[in-house]
Ligand binder design. Sequence first.
Ligand SMILES: *[C@@H]1O[C@H](CO)[C@@H](O)[C@H](O)[C@H]1NC(C)=O
Ligand SMILES: *[C@@H]1O[C@H](CO)[C@@H](O)[C@H](O)[C@H]1NC(C)=O
Ligand SMILES: *[C@@H]1O[C@H](CO)[C@@H](O)[C@H](O)[C@H]1NC(C)=O
Length: 403
Amino acid sequence: MYVGIVAAFAFSTACLLVSATPHRRDASTTISGGKNNEGEDHDELKVPKGARIKSIPVGNDGDEVAVYWNDPVTDQSKDAHSAYIMIHGKLRNGNDYWDILNDALQSAIKDEYPGVDEKAFVVAPQFFSTKYNKGQYDKNHLAFEDVNGWQAGDPATHPEGTTMTSIDALDSIVSTFANKDDYPNLRNITIVGHGGGGQLITRYAAVGSLPEGVYVRFIVGDASTHAYFTKDRPVTKEVDGKGCKYWNTWRYGFDNFTGTAAGLKRPFEYFAEYVNRDVVILVAKNDTKASGDQYCPALLQGGEARRDRNFAWWTYINVLARTPEPVQLFDVANFKHLPDWSMAVGFSGKIGPRLVVIEDAEHDAKEVFGSKEGRAALFSSGDIPVGWRPKGYEDEESDCSYC
Ligand SMILES: *[C@@H]1O[C@H](CO)[C@@H](O)[C@H](O)[C@H]1NC(C)=O
Ligand SMILES: *[C@@H]1O[C@H](CO)[C@@H](O)[C@H](O)[C@H]1NC(C)=O
Ligand SMILES: *[C@@H]1O[C@H](CO)[C@@H](O)[C@H](O)[C@H]1NC(C)=O
């Protein structure tokens, strides 16, 4: 059923295809008036031990994305079967994130974690800011005027005239590893982000196009907001939707989304991609401070705390897909009459995304990926422990209170 419907949608969108020319489209950039000010925590680029900086071509006009990459000593392109693409958080410190993932990998190797690839690649892109990183990037490197526009897949503003986005950069890195001439044994690509990086990956898991011949897992850690597929929102009390501009505009919803290099699809089609992919939604149970995005479109996604917004997102996708998960027990959402989009899911009624909640962890990538659940998300090809759940979750089913 899924295949038929998607084929029908794909046909009609192909006829209607609007130009996918990227323009600045991120509501957060618009709301902040260019005053996003998240900064960085490095003066000059520090290359972690075991890594080097490398440039990967993006598009056909000579643009490049800078990445931290295993150094030549550990370059195992013929042997590696796994590659990890780790996205930095809002401070854009790719070097630290390269270290976090490499530490998790080395400790899993040391502990002989089943299935872990000793020869795995670790790659951490560096999305430069033209405001904070002058002098650090080359003439071909992508850099962004808005310090966090990359989280929403916006286009870079350097090199001058570029139309390449952070999503194009991810596509390039993924297809680099999907090239069987260069990486004949590479089977698994795992794309990981936490915080601001989690925001890019939750969106990429819906709108990214994946190459053939590799298996891709998306790990989304503690994202502050998601792109909602419909105009439904979990909060109806704390913030009044009236007076909140741009609440359904891209980064927060699909209004003004201009598509990717693969064109522009309908939100339903992106939902169908998302729920049929291997997406691990990692949530730190103590990520409850009012930090991260506090603009009103973000508050409408479940209040001030990232944790609650992620529980609301889990509720939302399960109700849209009409799974049996007893999501009402999270009790953070107040959806009304969500549409029935179960036709996006196969006959099993199972969705690809999994929720993994880490008790006693705060908004901290090291804690999250250092936990046993985080380790399983990164390295397990079997089960991943789900971590915390509300009381009674194992024994109940959806009561469809938001259907
Ligand atoms: C969305 O696009 C319209 C038309 O191009 C524009 O007027 C509006 O400002 C855009 N919204 C945002 C938040 O960028
Ligand atoms: C996490 O939150 C719980 C409940 O508020 C608290 O009891 C616990 O001490 C917190 N853990 C950490 C590591 O902060
Ligand atoms: C690796 O790919 C296989 C499919 O080839 C998949 O079953 C497995 O879960 C993947 N492992 C990870 C860690 O993503």
